[in-house]
Design a protein around this ligand. Sequence first.
Ligand code: ADP
Ligand code: MG
Length: 341
Amino acid sequence: KSQLNHTYSFENYIEGDCNRLARSAGLAVANKPGTTSFNPLMIYGGVGLGKTHLVQAIGNHIKATTPDKFVLYVSAEKFTNQFIESLRNNGVQDFANFYLLVDTLILDDVQFLSGKDKTQEMFFHIFNHLHQAGRQIVMTSDRPPRDLNGLEDRLLSRFKWGLTADLQSPDFETRMAIIQNKMQQDGIDIPPQVVEYLAHSVNTNVRELEGVLISLVAQSSLNRREIDLEMAKQALRHIIEEVEAEVNLDFIQKTVAEYFSIPVDLLKAKTRKKEVVTARQVAMYFAKEHTSHSLKSIGHNFGGRDHSTVIHSVQTVSDLIDSDKSFRSTIAELRKKFAGK
Ligand code: ADP
Ligand code: MG
């Protein structure tokens, strides 16, 4: 099993300034695996910018043109898990032998190997063998090789033997083209001004853009309505609210007030009632922990208190966490509500 996903191809990988070098290097490798100087080929870039798509497209292209070749796609995470499993089963030799048979090895998200010395050692061994035998190696990483802390130097130095190419966030025109292409693939009509609106508004990464499109398509079929600008604005409003709710002060204040069963306005009021004071201090504590607001700004958002009040609150909460067991569990419970946000 090659673990390739056939929906990823070069045809549906939109070219733009953001990916031109990486894409053309990928195409060169796909046409002549193992025989260009792009070996290994290392693609790096942030989340959702198309690394997996591109390397899968390379694999699919090689498989389509030379079906007898053994092309293997594997995430570094899966590679690691398989390796650990093989250690447990006395199967390390089998593990290595399997990988030594591969003609094109695609290792996705190599940053995952950071700090995993034994797994790196195994990969180093496989890498050397494959490279020497003229097989192609393709890797991706979420950061440039120089920032791959926790990867051994001898492995990093191997990465420099080939070509390293980065993926940038797509520019406006590329985002337009990606949207048009996706909608065309799905046979969905979307008015040009909506395409433009989306391309303007969602400028982070391609995965997010796709997420918006999926929710729009779902909306449209649910309501039996053509996608229009109004619908697009609605869809984006939801998404923007979600994003903001993750980190902002309002969310913290609302959650803490709810937990202590007091109206959220009291957090900003003058009241010195004990329950309110405690809730207020706790909310400030989490504001300090979970937002990038300055002490001054936190105070301001709690009814115009000054920064020394915030310092005092944070200190009081810390002390209580140390001294009061039930308070500690209150904080732990609340913290869960903010975890991962
Ligand atoms: P990464 O692996 O870098 O996190 P992915 O390869 O999973 O990102 O890409 C996220 C989504 O965006 C995928 O559905 C992919 O098909 C799509 N995508 C990314 N770049 C492009 C592009 N240039 N053209 C078309 N689709 C793209
Ligand atoms: Mg990926």
